[in-house]
Design a protein around this ligand. Structure first.
Ligand code: PDD
Length: 282
């Protein structure tokens, strides 16, 4: 079975996983999620993902939500049962089913939903030649560090990007680059890596954190600073990261082209990331 799900205590085929229509995730987008990679049949960086989930649950006042160790056990069971070697786990916890009312229900009884599926890395052309991106306004709320299932602005601008032939939309808040709709964004100028600091407008991406660690190991200077669109477009190299795409070079931002064939640091980090994943999950 390759599309296996867990819903509130039961392991079922994904097509059979159902929640009540009054689930607050459905009604209000009142839920948290994580996307965790499966590499060599193992959960990759699940502790980091669950730590972020715990922080979000605390900040958003979720009660009675499953513990990290419980979610880890369910994730492992999904791998064991599905035998998926390379893929992802989607994990979602909402504030549960309750009569429609904005204020939180008492007591809270979260709905817990996970599924596992096979997923390949981006293809070699994307990895080597890079992807095209477009700049869009950042219209999201000011708690983007919380991995909320409220993704309408992200979906809206990803779709706009795809319709216009771009792989990713990079969001801009007050002339500053924040992040992609589902990726973190990096620019390199004169050997220094710039990426927006995580916080109200930027998710603390797990891949972002790994890249920063690997860059430091390679003695590459990293500045977690917001950079302006003008400085961003002037960068020597640009790349994006996430759990599902790993690290992809950017070859174009709207009409501005970048010389991907001259990228050095980006490809070094791409290689180091692949080695890191291999080491972690061998
Ligand atoms: N998205 N920024 C946003 C807005 C994201 O949604 C994501 C991940 C990232 C990268 O974070 P990480 O390295 O922890 O995956 C940054 C996931 C993959 C998704 O929504 O499918």
């Amino acid at each position: 079975m390759s599309a296996l799900a867990y819903i509130n205590g039961n392991y079922v085929d994904l097509s059979k996983a159902k929640v009540d229509a009054l689930d607050r995730g459905h009604i209000y987008g009142d839920g948290l999620y994580e996307v965790i990679a499966i590499e060599n049949g193992q959960l990759y960086q699940i502790d980091e993902h669950l730590e972020r989930y715990e922080q979000g649950a605390k900040e958003m006042l979720y009660e009675n939500h499953p513990s990290s160790s419980n979610l880890k056990e369910i994730s492992q069971n999904l791998i064991d049962k599905s035998k998926i070697n390379k893929g992802m786990i989607y994990l979602q916890v909402t504030r549960g089913t309750a009569p429609r009312a904005h204020a939180f229900p008492k007591p809270q009884k979260p709905n817990v939903f996970l599924f596992v599926k096979e997923l390949a890395d981006p293809n070699d052309t994307q990895k080597q030649d890079g992807v095209k991106t477009t700049l869009v306004p950042d219209e999201r709320w000011n708690r983007c560090h919380v991995k909320s299932i409220n993704l309408l602005p992200n979906c809206f601008y990803k779709e706009k990007a795809r319709q216009e032939g771009y792989f990713e939309a990079i969001q801009v808040d007050n002339s500053k680059i924040t992040e992609g709709t589902s990726t973190n964004v990096f620019g390199i100028k004169d050997g220094i890596i710039y990426t927006a600091p995580y916080g109200s407008k930027v998710l603390r991406g797990i891949t972002r954190e790994t890249i920063l660690k690997l860059a430091k190991q390679e003695n590459i200077t990293v500045k977690e600073n917001f950079i302006t669109v003008e400085n961003f477009l002037n960068c020597d190299e640009v790349f994006i990261t996430s759990t599902t795409i790993k690290l992809l070079p950017v070859k174009q931002v709207d009409e501005v082209s970048f010389s991907v064939n001259e990228y050095e640091t980006t490809f070094l980090l791409q290689e180091k990331l692949e080695e890191y994943i291999e080491d972690e999950c061998n």
